[in-house]
Design a protein around this ligand. Structure first.
Ligand SMILES: *[C@@H]1O[C@H](CO)[C@@H](O)[C@H](O)[C@H]1NC(C)=O
Length: 332
């Protein structure tokens, strides 16, 4: 049972064509079923997601812009925050526009290659986010636990290297999974019971032996998400134990305030990720896993800018400066 078996091995049991020629059994297009039969809830759901998407885009574009333009935010912590917001613009955009269209049609076609591309971009960005969150917690660890060496350890070169490493690492993390999925034989059904091309619902449709793909992709996904997760947890253990040892309550609070926003963001991101992939909801309520996917695809990217602009004084000041700057003055 090899994965790349000959076309003759893919049985012409497709429900669409009726023609038994092997060429026509090859599926070139998938159908996204979205959320299924929402009936009269379809329009309200569409409007909610549209509003959430617009808010997410605006929030993240604003954070990215403010980090790039405001000199008071040119520190490692905000550089990484800018990278994170920049990433989340593309993270939601890789899924939500097509999802909105699927909500309207409830039967949205997506070509095989577009489907793979969507999974590749979305998956790579998710891994990059894990790496960036780990880099950010390492930055907080150095700032709080090794304050005397901060300038030395987190210099500009190190920051750029960590940022580039996160992006490159994220985008090569699927180099083993992608070719394996792209040669899977699809023959029976092309209906994806999801609102985007995630790995599991796509592999579920393959008619060859998918054990190797599933095991390998699970192994790689665990490795690239668990190691940054562990690094993040370790950094925060050190940070919290250091903060607890600070005698004065005021300095304690000040130290904690520099990492609390990031800690919330990390908790939201990994919390939703764990609920989606850790809890076997699919066997109980198939639709529940879609609802949880919505949380981390649509929810997390919206939460980040909100938390930073509500809780962080530096970001607030920079945003105020950006927003009150009179655009008319620039034209004179
Ligand atoms: C991402 O991080 C790098 C290195 O810290 C920085 O040079 C770059 O400006 C950041 N990009 C954004 C969009 O914030």
């Amino acid at each position: 049972m090899l994965i790349g078996s000959s076309p003759a091995a893919t049985h012409p049991k497709n429900n669409g064509g009726g023609n038994a020629s092997p060429n026509q059994t090859v599926i070139t297009e998938f159908i996204l079923l979205g959320f299924g039969n929402l009936h009269e809830l379809r329009m309200p759901t569409f409007v909610i997601f549209l509003v959430v998407y617009i808010v997410t885009l605006m929030g993240n574009i604003m954070i990215t812009a403010v980090v790039l333009t405001d000199h008071s935010l040119h520190t490692p912590m905000y550089f990484f925050l800018g990278n994170l917001s920049f990433l989340e613009i593309w993270y939601t955009t890789s899924v939500v526009p097509k999802m909105l269209k699927t909500l309207l049609t409830a039967h949205e076609a997506i070509s095989f290659s577009a489907c793979l591309l969507q999974f590749y971009i979305f998956g790579s960005l998710a891994v990059t986010e894990c790496f960036l969150l780990a880099a950010m917690s390492y930055d907080r660890y150095v700032a709080i636990c090794q304050p005397l060496h901060y300038g030395n350890l987190m210099n500009f070169r190190v920051c750029v290297q960590l940022a580039i490493g996160s992006w490159v690492g994220g985008f090569i993390s699927l180099f083993v999974t992608m070719p394996m999925v792209s040669v899977l034989p699809f023959c029976a059904s092309n209906k994806i019971d999801h609102f985007f091309c995630d790995l599991a619902p796509v592999v579920k449709l393959a008619c060859g032996d998918t054990r190797l793909v599933r095991i390998l992709s699970f192994f790689i996904a665990s490795l690239v998400s668990f190691s940054p997760f562990l690094l993040t947890i370790l950094s925060y253990c050190k940070i919290i134990s250091t903060i607890l040892k600070i005698p004065s309550a005021k300095s304690k609070q000040k130290a904690f305030s520099t990492c609390s926003s990031h800690l919330i963001v990390v908790t939201v991101f990994y919390g939703t990720l764990m609920v989606v992939y850790g809890v076997p909801t699919t066997t109980w309520y198939p639709n529940l896993s879609k609802v949880f996917s919505v949380l981390y695809i649509v929810g997390t990217p919206m939460v980040n800018p909100i938390i930073y602009s509500l809780r962080n004084k530096d970001v607030q000041n920079a945003l105020r400066k950006l927003l009150t700057r009179n655009p008319a003055l620039a034209c004179e």
